[in-house]
Design a protein around this ligand. Sequence first.
Ligand code: BES
Ligand code: ZN
Ligand code: ZN
Length: 491
Amino acid sequence: MKVSFSSAKAATSGVAVIPVFEGNKVFGSGKSYYDASKGKVAEAAKAAKFTGKSGQSFDIFAPAGSKVSRLHIVGAGKKDDFKAEIFAANVAKKLLFSGATTLNFHLDGIGITPDQAARAGVGARLASYRFNNYKTKLPKEKKPSLTTFRVTHDSHTKAKKAYDNFHGPVCDGVIFARDLVNEPPNAIYPKAYANRIKKLADLGLKIEVLGEKKMQTLGMNALLGVGRGSERESQLVVMRWNGGKKGAKPACLVGKGVTFDTGGISLKPGNGMWDMKGDMGGSAAVVGAMMGIAGRKAKANVIGIVGLVENMPDGKAQLPGDIVKSMSGQTIEVLNTDAEGRLVLADALHYGRTKYKPAAMINLATLTGAIIVSLGSEHAGVFSNDDGLAEQIAAASGSSGERSWRLPLLPEYDKLLDTPNADMKNIGGREAGSITAAQFLKRFVGDTPWAHIDVAGTAMKNRRTDPRETTFGTGYGVRLLNHWVAENFEG
Ligand code: BES
Ligand code: ZN
Ligand code: ZN
């Protein structure tokens, strides 16, 4: 998919997409060269009962003399509510299979910023994303026809810069993350996943893979316990990007990468278990974020760490009641082998904190079903030991459009993890399930400013409401993390 930026005059082929705000009598902007206020266009609008409301559209042949083939005139709603990214996503979704190969989004002359114009490119790409790797008999009409998005804008050079230097590479990361989540568990198991990550070295990332032997010598028994029932070797992958000042403390991103979560001996019910191929969505966000960070050559030092394991029942699997010693030295009574993500993160967080001494640490994880009960699929849950960091994340949610909502931590919740048999147990009981999971993680981060983002409801979805989200894997988190790094570690 090609995204380009140019002046309106350069739109010389394909379909011209013309946004029209509600109540606007003149179609096409002052600067774009379609005067559609009279003649055939005005007649067609009347016939289509077109008023500019969002969702309305009609097509006409291009007026004589113009080089494009047709005009797709689209209601853009109220001007104050206009979001170029969503607009472009909706149009791309509608015309993806239409036979058109090139779209010209006429965002010139309507008073939007170059950054907004750049985001239109992202909206179009995300809405066009499909995961067809395993379709051997895809009929031609099910193959997208669109290949080129041209965004026209008065400051198209600035828009191109915003796209090339930020939004484009970040979008590459979102798409990479979606692919990882959508891939089946027989393609993405820990080693195969680590191999995919290794390819990102081409972008200048330093990649290091720790196998089970190395993790044993480090004492990562909480993580290793989860993988014990699996034939696939567990992996811990570290990605390093050194784009900032030498010696400046890094940001550290940590991800849960359970490539499949059967629940282990505390086996999940079979119905819908296939969703658990997406239980590596937190790690996919971290990998995608690192791809974006490297792709846009961020001026920051950032460490990405993902713990990759497959949670399986087996003769060798860990048992409910097992007590394991984590790398931090704290002991954990594993009362439910299905609460495995926190065990993986306990060691990954401790490793990140002690080895890289980060200025701040954020982990992402499809950690609890309970967060879906609380927030559905619209917000991720944020938990933090640091109000400043929590505010930064809220700000990054605003600028990236990836919604999140903070929930509380308290000593009273922490107490629910007490057990007579070890330093803690890995479940808290029926109440406040997302919070007790977060309290568990908090025990492994010391006094490092830290936040946990529970993405169980946002990283994978079976229902489609947003035109940019076209598949099970959404890539949630990649944009949020890039905005957070850009807003707090660069410049
Ligand atoms: N991977 C699941 C959480 C999950 C559930 C993600 C549904 C996405 C959709 C996690 O490992 C898990 O099984 N959590 C348990 C915790 C419980 C045993 C304390 C849960 O949420 O039921
Ligand atoms: Zn589980
Ligand atoms: Zn899980």
